[in-house]
Design a protein around this ligand. Structure first.
Ligand SMILES: NC(=O)c1ccc[n+]([C@@H]2O[C@H](COP(=O)([O-])OP(=O)(O)OC[C@H]3O[C@@H](n4cnc5c(N)ncnc54)[C@H](OP(=O)(O)O)[C@@H]3O)[C@@H](O)[C@H]2O)c1
Length: 283
């Protein structure tokens, strides 16, 4: 028998766009729940029906049904429709519900205000959780119990790495891992361009580039050492790596990444502090 955790709770998903779909696929791939434990709704009926056909989950007729029939409810709509979506459901929520919002920039105070006495969690995941390699940070609200953090750690721990933070740090999580996959895609593409410039065929260059990023990350996480130790192991005196790194340092490669994370964090703070209608620019 497998020791993998499973959830006995019923799951509701409001919004089956990119992230809602990725979440459902991940839950099923990791066998955390059976398809018939999931009830989902999206205002784009075709999107919902395609997912139902693909995964065998249940389709709800509306969001009200999700709230009435689910123990754990994932809110996966864009921040700019968050308010209007939840306002209509407000009275259906009870303290038996665990509401997990993935909406960027929507503070816990607003999530709690819109969901009656329910227990609320705000989490900032990232897109690679659809392949089980996500990175997420979350914060608990004011009404949670220990089982709630256990559930979050089971779900997002099965789909990647997850850490609990005080809420003010979720902007930094947004700037680093929430938006980070986009920086890495640019890095992979540019690395492949370098390979093409050096004569490699495009397809192979792209695969070599992506595999190099994945392999290096896996090595670092598995060996749990400082990246400098692994870099030094590759960098032989007077060698090719030393020449490349000299150029990267001279062009400010590190500072660019540090500044990029800082810029995204500040933008997240700014949008979160302003009204929700501006938050559609988040992530
Ligand atoms: N994408 C990322 O990398 C990422 C990372 C971390 C967090 N997030 C957060 O994840 C959330 C979802 O993002 P996404 O990229 O998955 O957005 P998305 O692809 O637009 O998915 C949202 C879905 O919800 C639907 N919807 C809108 N109002 C609804 C309602 N009242 N009831 C049910 N469904 C409704 C949308 O339909 P319409 O298109 O017709 O509105 C759409 O199909 C956002 O809050 C975002 O901040 C995203």
């Amino acid at each position: 028998m497998s020791n993998k955790p499973r959830l006995s709770e019923s799951i509701g998903v409001i919004g089956t766009g990119i992230m809602g779909t990725a979440l459902i696929r991940g839950l099923l791939k990791e066998k955390l729940v059976n398809p018939d434990q999931i009830l989902a709704y999206d205002i784009i009926n075709e999107l919902l029906m395609d997912l139902v056909e693909e995964t065998g989950i249940n389709a709800a007729l509306n969001n009200q049904q999700i709230v009435e029939q689910s123990d754990i409810i994932f809110i996966c709509v864009k921040p700019q429709v968050f308010l209007t979506t939840l306002q209509k459901l407000q009275i259906a929520f009870t303290s038996d519900h665990l509401v997990i919002s993935i909406a960027a920039g929507v503070p816990l105070s607003i999530i709690e205000e819109l969901t009656g006495n329910s227990r609320c969690v705000r989490i900032m995941p990232n897109m690679p959780f659809q392949v089980g390699e996500g990175a997420a940070g979350y914060s608990l609200g004011t009404r949670n119990d220990n089982r709630d953090s256990e559930i979050v750690e089971i779900v997002f721990g099965s789909l990647g790495k997850v850490f609990q933070f005080p809420e003010y740090l979720l902007d930094a999580v947004t700037g680093l891992s929430g938006t980070g996959p986009a920086y890495v895609f640019v890095f992979i593409e540019a690395l492949a361009d370098g390979g093409v410039l050096a004569g490699l065929p495009r397809r192979e260059a792209l695969i070599l580039s992506a595999q190099t990023v994945m392999g290096a990350a896996k090595l670092l996480l598995e060996q749990n050492v400082h990246p400098g130790i692994l870099r030094d192991a590759i960098m032989s005196p007077g060698g090719t790596t030393a020449s490349a790194l000299q150029l990267m340092e001279a062009r400010g490669f590190r500072s660019i990444l540090i500044d990029a994370v800082e810029a995204a964090t500040k933008k997240s703070q700014f949008l979160g502090q302003n009204n929700l209608s501006q938050s559609d620019h988040l992530v």
